[in-house]
Design a protein around this ligand. Structure first.
Ligand code: ADP
Length: 415
């Protein structure tokens, strides 16, 4: 506007001088002034209109706040860039993921992973969605999936430009579940295939070389019976595990007395204890001790713990099963059932992994004992469902203690 005024002033002065010296008629001078005025004013008028439109687009506070709020409200890390890759908005999750990201600075400088840079360059060049997966190492190793979505935005004079919306998603938990599933299927197939191979081997032998050997037949049939029992046990354990997992989120709400359950399990395992020459000492209160629980699952839980103590701790000659009430680390009242043996114990490096599926300290020993490697995993899942916890303590050569701790039921409030 200022420029137009200067042009008009200069033109006015020049025309006035010409009129005064008689070189130009007044009418012509006025006509010339109008033409110059129009030429000087119109472009600035257009510019002013355009500038005010631009202001509406860029500085409309409601619109700008809405864009920032959308980016901030996205649950995953999200960054909005302009077409050059400069950061317009970023949310807290993105700032945590890449602390070097700064508003109004190029994202390429803060995000150094080559996969991100390539995807960003391609998205800018092609205006198409680009995805990339990369391994982030800081603060811990994580598999991240990046999606860059070009978003068209209107420009001046009805044209269109684009921004880039970058979102990141942590794929690590999904990958871990996928790996666990694959491991589980591989382990379960392997565990089933071993007895199956033994069975078909003995069938071949009985049909061929040992066809008429009565003594060998008796021995082989005994082994085949053991292998078939092992397969049945493995399938039972797998089914129990999947049943408990399916109902993991539903906490049992029936009140059950632990005392008769523990007694029933110990009585049922008396023949095994006699066979292994182990005595079972039971230290239980005379009064009922109730928790919110599933009776069948609790039977499986104590069966696994006491059977393990009898199998792996037999050399100690004694297994003690006791029930006590105590406070947890957080001060919550708990009911604790302890199963203690005096056998060889477990080396400390194995303790954290004992509840993993198919984990055994000694695979040969476990198989010889008819184990499946699923017992303690089942125990952990049953305890999780009961909102309880498993404590494992062991001093090598002195035995092991497995403690199942359950939250105590609150007494009904006095009315
Ligand atoms: P398994 O079917 O092999 O018994 P578990 O999940 O019940 O599977 O136990 C996993 C492993 O933990 C066992 O193979 C054994 O090596 C070890 N273990 C369990 N209980 C005891 C114990 N009381 N003493 C020593 N080792 C034990």
């Amino acid at each position: 506007m200022r420029h137009s005024a200067i042009i008009l002033l200069a033109a006015g002065l020049a025309l006035a001088v010409l009129v005064v010296f008689g070189d130009l008629a007044v009418v012509r001078a006025v006509a010339a002034f109008i033409c110059i005025g129009a030429a000087a004013l119109v472009p600035w008028r257009l510019h002013d209109v355009a500038a005010s439109r631009d202001e509406v687009r860029v500085a409309n506070p409601v619109e700008a706040a809405a864009v920032a709020a959308v980016v901030a409200g996205m649950p995953d890390p999200a960054v909005l860039l302009d077409r050059a890759g400069r950061v317009l908005h970023l949310n807290a999750a993105a700032a945590q993921l890449a602390p070097a990201l700064r508003k109004n600075e190029l994202a390429q400088f803060a995000l150094r992973s080559p996969e991100i840079i390539t995807a960003l360059r391609e998205a800018i060049a092609t205006s198409e969605i680009r995805r990339a997966t990369y391994l982030d190492h800081v603060p811990v190793d994580r598999w991240m999936e990046l999606t860059i979505t070009p978003v068209p935005v209107p420009t001046l004079f009805g044209g269109s430009d684009k921004c880039m919306l970058m979102t990141f998603h942590d794929q690590t938990p999904l990958r871990r579940v996928e790996e666990m599933r694959a491991d589980f299927v591989a382990n379960a197939s392997h565990e089933l295939r071993t007895p199956l191979a033994a069975l078909s081997g003995f069938i071949d032998t009985l049909q061929g070389p040992a066809k008429d050997d009565v003594k060998a037949r008796e021995r082989f049939l005994g082994i085949m019976h053991n292998q078939a029992t092992r397969m049945a046990r493995l399938i039972d354990d797998l089914l129990s595990l999947s049943r408990v997992e399916l109902s993991a989120h539903v906490r049992p709400d029936t009140l059950v007395d632990l005392v008769p359950i523990i007694r029933q399990v110990a009585d049922g395992l008396e023949p095994l204890a006699r066979e292994r020459q182990v005595t079972i000492d039971i230290e239980l209160p005379d009064t009922p001790v109730s928790i919110a629980g599933d009776r069948e699952e609790l039977l499986r839980l104590f069966e696994n713990l006491i059977e393990n103590a009898l199998k792996y701790g037999a050399s100690g000659g004694k297994v003690v099963v006791s029930l006590s009430q105590a406070l947890s680390g957080e001060g919550a009242p708990e009911v604790r059932v302890m199963v203690r043996d005096f056998g060889p114990g477990i080396a400390p490096e194995h303790l954290p992994r004992l509840t993993e599926r198919f984990y055994r300290v000694d695979v040969g020993d476990s198989r010889a004992q008819g184990g499946t490697g699923l017992g303690l995993s089942l125990v952990k899942h049953i305890l999780n469902r009961h909102r309880g916890r498993l404590l494992i303590e062991s001093v090598p050569k002195q035995g092991a203690t497995f403690t199942a701790a359950f939250p105590q039921v609150r007494p009904p409030e006095a009315t």
